[in-house]
Ligand binder design. Structure first.
Ligand code: NAD
Length: 278
């Protein structure tokens, strides 16, 4: 599998395509991640909140790949925004993953109404964790424009990525633009709309038919072409293979425009609004 790599603002690089393991049960994670690695996936997106870091670690340990061949992201759980807890939690993640260092550690949610909304001190803790070598890169997730502006103006440190909800029904253009303006990459979570309506949307189905591809492949190709990082989730080996087979076709300008026109704004969200989520 020939997966493109994208350059991050800290001079490291990240595979543009990978596997997300949200809602993969702990006792099935090793099997799913092992399948993905066998199929050529080289980027795994997990989180403390997902409760399956140990399964990811077991799959990595048995895969026999060199450490620098697999890109591993985890995310800070919402209860751990206080800097000492953030640090302790990454130590625990590393233990569960069986690694000395993750490639990317993210603040999972800004939580503007919890921990006094002080995600700046949390961000400073991540800057220190990077300096200590426990993570190669640091970033954020679900940060709205004002959250990004605030951490950058307070610390001068730009996150490597902002991992946000993006799929055709919720293109999230404002936050995408703000993320890119800061020089960070967008990671598009729920690129398949969590298996919802986009997969049966008549425009998507029609475009898929034109290319002899599936709706899932069209959604992923669209996001790859926009320059975002994606890591669709699936537990089936067939779908893992299907989701990765997106590098052998191209969407036309007209098709890209049709997909862009599916945006429903806030009504298209699948997940919580980061301004309200705590
Ligand atoms: P997704 O958009 O990847 O959709 C996954 C669902 O789509 C699967 O459960 C399955 O039902 C279906 N599916 C997968 N492949 C398919 C195929 N080829 N054909 C038809 N249906 C298919 O949803 P997701 O898991 O929410 O998002 C992907 C990853 O993004 C997560 O696993 C996680 O790593 C990350 N994520 C992050 C956050 C965050 O707050 N940072 C939130 C949600 C997800």
């Amino acid at each position: 599998m020939d997966i493109p790599s994208l350059q991050l603002n800290d001079q490291t690089s990240i595979p543009q395509f990978g596997l997300g393991v949200w809602q993969v049960p702990a006792d099935e994670t090793q099997r799913v991640v092992t399948d993905a690695l066998e199929l050529g996936y080289r980027h795994i997106d997990t989180a403390q909140m997902y409760g399956n870091e140990a399964g990811v670690g077991a799959a990595l340990a048995s895969a026999g790949l060199a450490r620098d061949e697999v890109y591993v992201t985890t995310k800070l759980n919402n209860g751990f925004h206080e800097p000492a807890l953030a640090k302790k939690s990454l130590a625990r993640s590393l233990e569960l993953l069986g690694l000395d260092q993750v490639d990317l550690f993210l603040i999972h949610w800004p939580l503007p109404t919890r921990y006094d909304g002080d995600y700046v001190s949390t961000w400073e803790a991540l800057v220190e964790l990077r300096a200590e070598g426990l993570t190669r890169s640091i970033g954020v997730s679900n940060f709205q424009t004002e959250h990004l502006d605030r951490i950058v103006s307070a610390t001068g440190v730009v996150p490597a990525v902002n991992q946000i909800e993006v799929h055709p029904y919720f293109a999230n253009e404002g936050v995408r633009e703000a993320t890119r303006r800061h020089g960070a990459l967008v990671e598009a979570w729920s690129p398949l709309g969590q298996g919802g309506g986009e997969l049966t949307d008549e425009t998507v189905v029609r475009i898929a038919g034109t290319h002899g591809k599936t709706p899932a492949q069209v959604l992923l190709r669209w996001q790859i072409d926009r320059g975002d990082v994606v890591f669709p989730k699936s537990m089936s080996r067939e779908r893992l293979a299907e989701n990765a087979a997106i590098f052998d076709f191209a969407l036309s300008t007209a098709e890209v425009a049709l997909l862009a026109a599916l945006d429903r704004g806030a009504a298209g969200r699948q997940g919580p609004d980061p301004d309200l989520f705590d």
